[in-house]
Design a protein around this ligand. Structure first.
Ligand code: NIG
Ligand code: FE
Length: 417
């Protein structure tokens, strides 16, 4: 069935880029985003224009509300199995991430949980989380492998991500995090040899568009980052990397040299590496949920924005460091902890992550002809951060379909389908 025609009327703010066709915006231009009052019309799953359409099938009264693009959550670890609340107890009472990992917890315990869960159980949990993400305004998200921890396990994780893609309303993008933690039966070189074989297979099956690696004292180092970069180049993947989360490893210059599309975490970014990152065409992905819950350092979000980086924020949704799926909560944390404006945070949660996932030509901003991925907030955009913990998402349109209307907001929608 074709998507209905929808008219969103009398909004107090409609968030739009300063001009159409920008693939991304450097954060020092965020103040150029427009937030004029207005309307939006949607037809056939696409944005049709910025005027009300009296003849549209659905009429939505958005008086006093902000209309924004759907959030693009470009760093999650879905699909995973189970949770690790017990570890959170250890963490808040003083154990470090490394201590938990070395005691057999952390990534390894989620790998065991994934191994022991059936495909249906994994999909059911991930689908529930995807629904929760939708109700918080996320219309595109990334999936990652990484809890497979064996060749078969990693291939299964990618197959589960492909199945999840088919069973959720959102668009998804798949990343192969082939070097997350070292499986027990391997040394680093042995595992990287398997990674090379897996990368070739994943390229052949097109089951992911990016390769990822976790560089940390308890995981892999810059030499393997370089190797992953070579594999990405060889097979036409984007390179992404978890770097500078708990320690400074000076991984950013290596990632930039290898042409990385993004470097993620950056809580311990060496200040000397900031200018080159800010000038490069590599997204600086900040994960304030993991920083906050893990009592990590605070990434230099203000400095990166001032220096003109392609800033991005994401949930990092995973059972260990960040069991968070709400982008409004992430925006609230980013604004408070990085000292960002609402516009800087919104840019970093919409257009820039869409560029990172190579879909900013179709989503990530409100422009005529783009996919109708639209979120209506119950107040002005500034309230997302200010009313911290409140879910401001009143309605969500994903690919032109009205997929969610909050119970207390139903009277704003009228018309016939
Ligand atoms: O992005 N840092 C490595 N990977 C994840 C955590 C994975 C886990 O603890 O299960 C992260 O924070
Ligand atoms: Fe992560």
């Amino acid at each position: 069935m074709a998507a209905p025609s929808i008219s969103i009327n009398s909004a107090a703010q409609v968030l739009r880029p300063p001009q159409d066709g920008l693939p991304y915006m450097r954060a020092n231009r965020a103040a150029e985003l427009r937030t004029d009052a207005g309307a939006l019309s949607l037809t056939g799953g696409l944005i049709d224009g910025f005027e009300a359409a009296a003849g549209a099938q659905l009429q939505i009264d958005a008086e006093g509300c902000a209309v924004i693009p759907g959030f693009v959550d470009c760093h999650t670890h879905l699909p995973f199995a189970g949770w690790r609340a017990d570890e959170y107890n250890l963490k808040v009472t003083g154990a470090s991430y490394e201590q938990i990992a070395q005691a057999g917890g952390g990534i390894k315990s989620s790998a065991i949980a994934l191994d022991q869960a059936s495909d249906d159980e994994v999909i059911e949990q991930a689908q529930g989380l995807a629904d929760e993400m939708l109700r918080h305004g996320t219309t595109t998200f990334e999936t990652k492998s990484g809890y497979g921890m064996s060749v078969e396990g990693e291939m299964r994780a990618l197959a589960l991500a492909a199945r999840l893609d088919q069973s959720v309303a959102q668009q998804t993008a798949s990343t192969a995090l082939l070097a997350h933690a070292l499986p027990a039966d391997y040394d680093v070189d042995g595992w990287m040899a398997e990674v090379a074989l897996m990368a070739a297979q994943v390229a052949h099956e097109r089951s992911a568009s990016a390769l990822d690696i976790y560089v940390e004292s308890v995981a892999f180092d810059n030499e393997q980052l370089r190797k992953m970069g070579e594999l990405a180049k060889q097979h036409g993947f984007d390179l992404r990397a978890h770097v500078e989360q708990f320690n400074t490893n000076r991984s950013v210059p290596v990632a930039l040299e290898m042409g990385a599309r993004s470097v993620d975490h950056l809580a311990c970014l060496d200040p000397d590496d900031l200018p080159a990152l800010a000038e490069s065409e590599c997204a600086a992905v900040l994960l304030p949920g993991a920083e906050f819950l893990g009592k990590e350092e605070v990434a230099p979000g203000r400095e990166l924005a001032d220096a003109g980086a392609i800033t991005v924020i994401a949930t990092d949704a995973n059972p260990g460091t960040s069991p968070i799926v709400s982008m409004p909560l992430i925006i609230g944390l980013a604004v408070r902890r990085y000292g960002w404006t609402a516009l800087e945070a919104l840019l970093s949660a919409t257009l820039n992550p869409a560029w990172l996932l190579r879909c900013s030509d179709v989503t990530g901003s409100l422009e005529t002809g783009k996919r109708a991925d639209v979120v209506i907030l119950d107040g002005p955009i500034e309230n997302i951060a200010y009313r911290f913990g409140h879910n401001p998402v009143a309605a969500v349109i994903c690919g032109g379909e009205l997929v969610h209307v909050r119970e207390d907001w139903k009277e704003h929608v009228s018309g016939e389908l």
